[in-house]
Design a protein around this ligand. Sequence first.
Ligand code: RI2
Length: 325
Amino acid sequence: MENRQPDVDPAVVATADDIAAMRTRGAATIADAAAKALATQAERAETTQPAAFERQLRAAAETLYETRPTAVSLPNALRYVLRGMDGETVSELRATTIARAEEFRAELAQAQQQLGEVGSNRLRDGDVVMTHCHSTDALSCLEAALEDGKEIEAIVKETRPRKQGHITAQQLREWGVPVTLIVDNAARRYLDEADHVLVGADSIAADGSVVNKIGTSGLAVNARERGVPVMVAAQTLKLHPDTMTGHTVEIEMRDETEVLADDQRADITGERDDDGLVVENPAFDVTPPRHVDAIVTERGQFPPESIVTLMRELFGETTGEPWEP
Ligand code: RI2
């Protein structure tokens, strides 16, 4: 990423690059990396002027924010850390920002563990769970169930185009969980063998809609038709405050080469320079609340339609850009 903002530390730019390229991915992991990057900016900011220090922190937040538009955990993390930046001198501002970032990261880890315990209560010994993409919140539910001594099996969708299902399969195998890996197109067939669909979320809207990796909505529709409950594991950090005031969640469109590599293009177009072939690569889709049975958070489980109550309690009427005071 081009560093358009002067005074943004190279380590922050490197974190932003990693998020944009998905070397750092997954909503909770992105939030954690963003908070850590703000702490680094606070540590390294070279100024004796409090106003300049604050400007640098806000510029760092903007650089991080511009990487990926859909996962609300990113702006929520930035907002949380910047709201803790307090003091009259640079050393006070530095200390409060670093402390706040550390607090955020500790709470994030704790929330994921608490959420896992709630989600685990929905799972019984012997259950088969179908997963989509790779979600650390979803895996936390499975980890807690395993720690409770429950035997769990998994049907793991590979999740095109980036096949992040492989990361899920790898983690589950490390935990000793029997895994059946399937292509996305086989999901409906294997739903008959599943007791739950378990997915994560990148954002949850005020009406209870779940924004998650592309393919989640089709899976949820099929699961509903088959009578398989759909559980969404999502820390409250995934609640999108702007949707309380009518904003919609922007769906990230990623590079077409993730779907069709440059050297595969010629398989379709031959030698022709064919601009009639269009490849689209939306990263996420929206699952309406009627296709979701429960949203599991660190505050307990909620029917999707009631999530707005929790949102109001946690965020008030928060809007505005995360770096705005
Ligand atoms: P955790 C991922 O998006 C997936 O959509 C996953 O369900 C969601 O983030 C949440 O992940 P991407 O970053 O926060 O892979 O539960 O595009 O780890």
